[in-house]
Design a protein around this ligand. Structure first.
Ligand code: MG
Length: 159
């Protein structure tokens, strides 16, 4: 049996904070205002995996009111989510994702993000797609107030 899951995230940007996407720290003047490390790509992928197996959402699994998730490494939360997925009887097949950011230009960093995610998730790089988009200077992403992410995943049952 196969199932799909959809994830979305959006984080506000502020001057002088680190910008982490797909586990990679990206040089930029702004970064994410967040309780965890703010990795909005990891969060969208995590929510897509949870959604595919109907295991709830990232806020339920890793509440931002819980001090243990203060400054959390989002890739560690993603790894925990994969263990939940496997316990529920499913394997992750592939990921496709979008990052909507006016600045910085992300294409030079896509390969590093795919490699880092591949290491954490245990999927081949060709099963992990990341596409960077600008928002044509429109909306919060286009005004560089926020960066948003979308992810979709396919899972299949072990049996
Ligand atoms: Mg988030």
């Amino acid at each position: 049996m196969i199932r799909i899951g959809l994830g979305y995230d959006s984080h506000r940007l502020e001057e002088g904070l680190p910008l982490i996407l797909g586990g990679i720290t990206i040089p930029h003047t702004k970064g994410f205002v967040a309780h965890s490390d703010g990795d909005a790509l990891a969060h969208a992928i995590t929510d897509a995996i949870l959604g595919a197996a109907a295991l709830g959402n990232i806020g339920q699994r890793f509440p931002d009111t819980d001090p243990q998730y203060q400054g959390a490494d989002s890739l560690e939360l993603l790894a925990q989510t994969l263990r939940l997925l496997n316990e529920a009887g499913y394997t992750l097949v592939n990921i496709d994702s979008n990052i909507i950011a006016q600045q910085p230009k992300l294409n030079p960093h896509i390969q590093a993000m795919r490699t880092r995610l591949s290491e954490v998730i245990g999927l081949p790089i060709d099963a992990i797609s990341i596409k960077a988009k600008t928002n044509e200077h429109v909306g919060p992403e286009g005004r560089e107030e926020a960066i948003s992410t979308q992810a979709i995943v396919l899972i299949q049952s072990h049996a």
